[in-house]
Ligand binder design. Structure first.
Ligand code: NAD
Length: 490
């Protein structure tokens, strides 16, 4: 891979259209910051509507081009396998690039990137398994069947928290199906998507099948959602942006797939192994400094063990090692953006003003070595209530509110009292109780005695304001293909 961390450092990164690196038509570039120092480390092209149009035209041309259309499904699978190998060879480099862009722990980004090839292999295996069916009709001399087809140009808009992992969840199936793509990564983390473009090229995908337009959401992103030749949009990001994108797409009557925010309930009953559960709750909310869509940020604890659980949660939280994400034993790195730090500070302030008790955290670390970066201590707010603002809105930071509950009925009402429905977790030894919760909670994914484990084999996606449409499993192959009915009279 030519686009290594070293090559990116201090560079200007152009767009990637039709297999070429292209300067943005505005001539402008946006700084990308290193969250550990708050210093820019490279500049990414500030793409606009003109650049988006060029990329969409390239993708449209590639979609119709026999060079892509006539490639058999088996061969598309083979290309995806080559891509998986290339990602595996470059996994640690891609991880280092992402860590520098979003401040997440190097060990976590490495784990993500080393696992990424599996997603491509999984969908490589599906490239030749997408098929229609023959449907009997009340006429003997008639053949009535369906065809599964690619949709066309797919616009993919992604966030900064796990850029390639989130992109891969829809990119791999879309390539397997035969769609072509214009990706718009977050303006805060463009580099790894550009590096991936180079690998896609090397894997043998024809020019124009995968294009990248970097730049702002209100400019490049908005233009992609409004472009008349984009056949479907997949979006991962905040609910507010998702609402706007869905409205733009609705104006053109094209469908969208939405992976949005969350405010997930994490439930603890009194019959559990407390040490294991506390570790699970801590990992569920403080991983990636709380910047995961599935963060279990509302923790409901059975009243009988509330005090003991809280004491242990605070004790475990006090031992979380905050520091540079590149250092092996660091457990919590900085927030990715300055605005994110400001938001966390603001929401912890709301929590305290609304009457929650700051049990631990609630400030930036007092360590001089971390003063320049966007660090914030993991924070537990006790005696929280669902009607407090910090418990209603997604914060996307290392903050958890802890609430006691008396019985299952009260718990369920509290857990479902949110506009979101992305994920939920429950810790109990009572399997009946766990299943009742799993059946009744409004969440796209439910974990029992674990949290955060996810697999590309499972159809995942939120309910309510956490989005719609699925990624993962065979479901995503249906999501990004279209079904045509053909009737033949003979
Ligand atoms: P964001 O909504 O600010 O931005 C996401 C992407 O949308 C970026 O590429 C941005 O440039 C683009 N964008 C912004 N405005 C746009 C517009 N008007 N038109 C088109 N594109 C636009 O989100 P973020 O801050 O980058 O990411 C954090 C959010 O993502 C959180 O809410 C988190 O929960 C969510 N998220 C969800 C999932 C999931 O799978 N459900 C996964 C990760 C993150």
């Amino acid at each position: 891979m030519e686009l290594t961390l070293k090559a990116i450092e201090g560079s200007r990164q152009d767009l990637y259209i039709a297999g070429e690196r292209v300067a943005p038509s505005s001539g402008r570039y946006l700084p990308s910051y290193d969250p550990t120092t708050a210093e820019p480390w490279y500049m990414a092209a500030d793409g606009n509507a003109e650049d988006v149009d060029a990329a969409v035209q390239a993708a449209k041309k590639a979609f119709r081009d026999p060079a892509w259309r006539r490639i058999t499904q088996t061969e598309r699978g083979r290309m995806l396998r080559r891509l998986a190998d290339l990602i595996a060879e470059n996994a640690d480099e891609l991880a280092a690039i992402e860590m520098r862009d979003n401040g997440k722990l190097l060990k976590e980004m490495r784990a993500q990137m080393r696992a990424a090839p599996d997603t491509y292999l999984y969908f490589a295996g599906m490239a030749d398994k997408l098929h229609g069916e023959t449907i009997p009709v009340n006429k003997l001399d008639m053949l009535n069947f369906t065809l599964r087809e690619p949709i066309g140009v797919i616009g993919m808009i992604s966030p900064w928290n796990s850029p390639l992992m989130l992109l891969s969840g829809t990119l791999a199936p879309c390539l397997a199906i035969g769609n072509t793509i214009v990706a718009k990564p977050s303006e805060h983390t463009s580099a790894s998507t550009l590096a991936l473009a180079e690998l896609i090229d090397r894997a043998g995908f024809p020019p124009g099948v995968f294009n990248v337009v970097t730049g702002g959401g209100a400019t490049a992103g908005e233009a992609l959602t409004l472009h008349p030749d984009v056949a479907k949009i997949t979006f991962t990001g905040s609910t507010a942006t998702g609402r706007r994108i869905a409205a733009n797409a609705a104006g053109r009557l094209v469908s969208t797939q939405m992976e949005l925010g969350g405010k997930s309930p994490h439930v603890v009953f009194g019959d559990v192994d407390l040490d294991r559960t506390v570790n699970g709750v801590v990992a569920g909310v403080f991983a990636a400094a709380g910047q995961t869509c599935i963060a279990g940020s509302r923790c409901f604890v059975e009243a009988a063990i509330y005090d003991e659980f809280l004491e242990r949660l605070v004790e475990r939280t006090s031992r979380i090692r905050i520091g540079n994400p590149a250092v092996e034993d660091t457990e919590l790195g900085p927030l990715a953006l300055e605005a994110q730090l400001a938001k966390v500070e603001q929401y912890v302030g709301y929590g305290v003003a609304d009457g929650a008790r700051l049990a631990i955290g609630g400030r930036r670390p007092q360590d001089e070595a971390l003063a320049k970066g966007w660090y914030y201590e993991p924070t537990v707010l006790a005696e929280a209530r669902n009607d407090m603002r910090f418990m209603r809105d997604e914060i996307f930071g290392p903050v958890v509110g802890v609430v006691p509950f008396r019985d299952e009925a009260e718990l369920l009402a509290l857990a479902n009292d949110t506009n979101y429905g992305l994920a939920a977790g429950i810790w109990t030894r009572d399997i009946d109780r766990a299943m009742r919760f799993a059946r009744n909670v409004d969440a796209g994914t439910v974990w029992i005695n674990t949290y955060r484990s996810a697999a590309y084999m499972s159809p995942s996606g939120g309910f309510k304001e956490s989005g719609y449409g699925k990624r993962g499993g065979f479901e995503v192959m249906r999501e990004f293909s279209r079904l045509k009915n053909v009737v033949l009279d003979y």
